[in-house]
Design a protein around this ligand. Sequence first.
Ligand code: ITT
Length: 201
Amino acid sequence: MENKVIVVASTNSGKIREFRQMLEPEGYTVKCLADYPDMPETEENGTTFRENAVIKAQAVTDRYGIEAISDDSGLSIDAFNGEPGVHSARFLGHDTPYDYKNRVILEKMKDVKGEDRGCHYTCAIAITRPGREPVVFEEICRCRIADEPKGENGFGYDPIVYYEPLGKTMAEMSKDEKNSISHRGKAIRDLEQWLQHEEEH
Ligand code: ITT
């Protein structure tokens, strides 16, 4: 049987890599916006992860008349009242390097101790299809802000996001470890189950 093609409406290479790591071994071919170079940038003007996820996938479905999947995600920090949240990519500037963003967060958190360093990642994955209602899978991963950046793996905020049960930051995890516990890993598994169910019916 031919692989099912999944179009992930994203330009974020870290996200796309994780979709590939999880879906390609299951027999899917993962495409991304690099395969659709004439797709204009979509304005993410929703106020929730769910809304932004639907906006991004729906834009691709509307333009090309195809099924599309998107990921809207971010890091919500308790001590910052949930910020940067949906603004995670734009926080301190979209193109600002993450080692700088991470250092700024650590500096702002220097007097915040213990339990008060709580945070969570959220991932909303939307699937849109022509003439159908969008479906969204949303998952979180509860963590805390590390005392210092650690690890070289992953992307974005991973070096300062410490996951207590494994005793390491997301950037110190292997790809399989991160995918087994992360917000995105869980949401991709939800999506996969849903796709399998759809294929059977
Ligand atoms: P697309 O919209 O093209 O997918 P984007 O980077 O603009 O790419 P978002 O608006 O969803 O995507 O922003 C998500 C940001 O949240 C992302 O840029 C990272 O900084 C952060 N983020 C989300 N998941 C993460 C993860 O698993 N590890 C580290 N940082 C993550």
